[in-house]
Write a protein that binds this ligand. Structure first.
Ligand code: TSJ
Length: 640
């Protein structure tokens, strides 16, 4: 090949992938841990496409011991390797070095294109320090290697081979993701297992080379099994001990096919997980809208034809869906996504199709299972009555707070003098003596203190009306001024920052956990909007000569001691509790905005948090403790 021609083609390739390395965030959402894992999902999804379309049955994922590279292999047809005349290159090379090159091969098939995934394997190639692709086809095995989007070898024959398939090794580029980026094995295992529920026929083998562990996932029951697993994990039984309702619709004229599993549980929330072409759509979209409306209509029809409407109370759509667990998996030929993270399905025609199918299905299922149907209706009526009762109770609490802003504040609240939420802070403090120190040590202009005396109820176990009768929680809600649940009004929030100030021991962690659970379930916007913090009181005071250091934990203590010269003898004092600190010490270490450190509470994965809360707040107290410790570690450290 003349060299000038080679250069020309080289330029084409450069135009193809250079923007990906320049602005990786545009293609994978960001170069954080999520973007890093995105590369793996892109490769895995390519192999799964081959399964969805019926050409492969097994996928193997190997997570290598270095923690930052992986190999994904399928037993599908093998990526085509023939030369494409228009490009003068193999199809394989075109696919891996050109943006959006997948479409030509995949018309009429379900793919992930246009969504969160489907950025293309070329994007993974561009962002990988090394990529090795092996294809078995036509009795031969071939290999090509790449680095940062460019071939480093030609397509080479490795020799004869049996069967067909594609095998891709890749190592994301530390220049893009940083030297420290690593795969999160537990998270990957969980998500891979979820995929085998979604694709009934799929057998997935995962090897974690760091531990030598090999696991095999395959679930013949599909999403109905998945739903049962989720319900079991939630710990709230299904109504009437039912196994899930299951609906499967084959591909219709428009190309839509979907599967649905659902059941009602004793839980008080609603959990719908939806997927499009096997990709989670946590922000919902037109498919979920169809499910919600179809389900409500189907149930209403059943209630009306059987004259089951309760007297004196009307059933809302939320009542009908309370306690509902559902998994909806749709396959759409040309999915359109919208929203910041492209996680919301936007094809308008999908809503009506799913609505109609679900309505008919739910109604006829209830008709043919009348005793289960009546149990479900009883559940729905109970939800409506509970809603009325808790609304009355929460309005009572909100009324008390709004009637007279300051006059009705809890008696033990030591308020700040500022009335501007932007520079007002509330410290919720465990115990009266610590509360006393905090009241004396604080900046009275901007810092309010609310000591807690009694027990805090577990929001995961107690009913809403019980929670609202709890004095400690009432005081918190009154002090915050913003109401809660459906009556939440952020504009009435009296403090811009809310600190939980507890002892650095397991009791303190326990109380913090209970409070966080309450905030998460009843005042979630406070957490979402970053108003909630964990204060970090010191655990040790270390005196070295004239210098005094305060450290928040064991590690920080060890780190400090290691840094001290050998000849000095530090004096180490351990705090038993906040109550033992002098007000001035508390100010210097924990309250003073210029010196304190605090953790802002964030929720990185709402679905997961939800499950963890359910899991842990119900039963095992030691697991609870681990939970708060883990959360504290995940929270971003801020100097605020
Ligand atoms: F991401 C990737 F592209 F590197 C990749 C692709 C990674 C892995 C692990 C698997 C795959 C992949 C692609 N597996 N199977 C396929 N199939 C095709 O690309 C294919 C095969 C045959 C035909 C055909 O028309 O004959 C068409 C296609 C798209």
């Amino acid at each position: 090949m003349p060299s000038s021609q080679y250069t020309e083609q080289d330029i084409v390739v450069l135009e193809g992938l250079e923007p990906v390395r320049k602005r990786p965030g545009m293609y994978i959402g960001g170069v954080d841990a999520r973007g890093y894992h995105h590369l793996l999902w892109e490769i895995v999804d390519n192999a799964i496409d081959e399964v969805i379309n019926g050409y492969a049955t097994t996928i193997q994922v190997v997570l290598h011991a270095d923690g930052r590279s992986a190999t994904v292999e399928d037993n599908g047809r093998g990526i085509p390797t023939g030369i494409m005349p228009r490009y003068g290159k193999s199809a394989l090379e075109v696919i891996l070095t050109t943006l959006h090159s997948g479409g030509k091969f995949t018309q009429g098939n379900y793919t992930h294109s246009g969504g969160l995934h489907g950025v293309g394997s070329s994007v993974v190639n561009a962002l990988s320090e090394e990529m090795v692709v092996r294809v078995r086809r036509d009795g031969q095995q071939v290999e090509q290697r790449y680095s940062r989007g460019h071939p480093t070898t030609p397509l080479k024959k490795l020799g004869p081979a049996r069967g067909t398939g594609t095998c891709v090794f890749f190592r994301p580029d530390p220049e893009i993701f940083g030297e420290k980026a690593r795969f999160d094995v537990p998270q990957i295992l969980e998500r891979l297992e979820a995929k085998t529920y979604l694709h009934k026929g799929l057998r997935l083998v995962v090897v974690d080379e760091a531990t030598g562990q090999r696991q095999e996932f395959s679930h013949q029951g599909g999403i109905a099994d998945y739903l049962q697993k989720l319900v079991r994990e939630r710990g709230k039984p299904a109504i009437a001990g039912l196994s899930p309702l299951y609906l499967s619709r084959d591909r219709d004229a428009s190309g839509l096919r979907f599967e649905l599993a659902l059941c009602w549980t004793e839980a008080t929330d609603e959990q719908i997980r939806s997927y499009v072409n096997g990709i989670p759509t946590p922000s919902g979209g037109t498919h979920e809208a169809g499910l919600r409306s179809g389900l409500v209509k189907g149930v209403r029809n059943f209630i009306e034809t059987h004259n089951l409407s309760p007297k004196g109370i009307s059933l809302t759509a939320e009542d009908i869906r309370e306690g509902l667990f559902a998994i909806l998996s749709c396959y759409v030929l040309e999915p359109q996504f919208q929203g910041q993270t492209k996680e919301r399905l936007n094809n308008p025609e999908i809503t009506a199709e799913i609505d109609a199918a679900v309505r008919t299905f739910v109604e006829s299922w209830l008709h043919s299972n009348p005793s289960a149907g009546e149990a479900i209706v009883a559940r729905i009526v109970a939800a409506a009555r509970a809603r009325e009762a808790s609304r009355a109770a929460s309005q009572a609490v909100s009324r008390k707070t709004s009637v007279s802003h300051r006059l009705n504040l809890p008696g033990k609240l030591a308020d700040c003098s500022s009335t501007d939420p932007a520079d007002s802070e509330l410290f919720i403090v465990e115990g009266d003596s610590a509360g006393g120190s905090a009241k004396q040590g604080r900046d009275r202009r901007t810092q309010a203190v609310l000591p807690l005396r009694g027990k805090v109820l577990n929001a995961e176990q107690a009913s809403t009306s019980k929670l609202l009768a709890n004095k400690e929680l009432q005081d918190i809600v009154s002090a915050l001024g913003c109401g809660l649940g459906k009556d939440f009004d952020q504009s009435k929030l009296r403090y811009g920052r809310i600190f939980l100030l507890m002892d650095a021991d397991s009791d303190g962690n326990h109380i913090a956990t209970l409070l966080l659970t309450f905030f998460y379930r009843y005042l979630p916007r406070l957490i979402e909007n970053g108003h909630v913090y964990l204060a970090r009181p010191p655990l040790y005071r270390i005196d070295v000569g004239k210098d005094t250091y305060w450290v928040p934990d064991e590690q920080a203590k060890e780190a400090l001691l290691r840094r001290l010269p050998k000849n000095v003898k530090p004096e180490i004092q351990r705090f038993k509790g906040l109550g033992e600190m002098m007000p001035q010490q508390l100010w210097e270490t924990t309250l003073d905005p210029r010196r304190r450190s605090a953790l802002r509470v964030t929720v990185s994965d709402p679905l997961r948090t939800d499950r963890v809360l359910n899991d842990l707040m119900g039963k095992d107290p030691s697991a609870r403790f681990r939970f708060i410790m883990e959360r504290a570690g995940e929270a971003r450290e801020l100097d605020v």
